[in-house]
Design a protein around this ligand. Sequence first.
Ligand SMILES: [Zn+2]
Length: 277
Amino acid sequence: MKLYVSADMEGTAAVASWTQVDPKNASEYPYYRDLMSREVRAAIDGAREAGATDVLVNDSHSSMRNVSWDALPDDARMIYGNRKPFSMSEGIDASFGAAFFTGYHAGVGEADGMLDHTYSPDTLYDVRVNGIHCSEALLNAAVIGTYGVPVVLITGDRVTCEGARAHLPWIETVVVKDSIGRFAVDSMSPERARQAIRAGARSAIANASRARPYVFERPIALELDFLGTQNADFAELIPGVDRIGGRTVRFVDDDFRIVFRTFVAAMRLGASANAPV
Ligand SMILES: [Zn+2]
């Protein structure tokens, strides 16, 4: 079975602040980058113990240049670098048997979800699809589901894992920490977290036949609430995107891949409006 791994960073055990996950922070980031990389490796090791073969890792945090190559098995491949059209789901296709989300975090606005945000914390206030509040996990599960691939494992804090299970009841979860508000955690040790992730990954692959691809009902209606009207001013410039409120835009299509690409475009264009005028 081919395994796809989308690796984020905030949900790594011990992480509790933006500075720890900021590649520009020379004092804190290198340590936490190493913890992230080793959690990805633990997930791969567990998956292979249960029969996964080929592995593709998509580095999915910030610059998307975080996971250390030295932490990966030498036959794993990795998508590295940012500005990818499918972002945290770049590289997925129907040849994969299952997907993992490691180091994921709560969606914007979710209480006791450490560093809660959805893509751009300075730009997006809420993301809904068909009226359902969406975290990054749910959005990317739906991209991956478009290709018939189920997400079978998520690791992160408790709110992240419980949020995913509410929509993906088959998913194996590894809770590595409990968040106390937005900027504090009660965490397992990194070593124990890696052991738990390895065991969870093994179980997730062993039970993958129970999992289902996640898909939204059609037509698929995306609504984005921005923090400011300036963000919506830019996002509504995209053909087919309607301004339905001061801060809110809407886009509808039957193909979630098109909806997701429009989401990425609207989020990036909207974020560009935050530059000083
Ligand atoms: Zn991230």
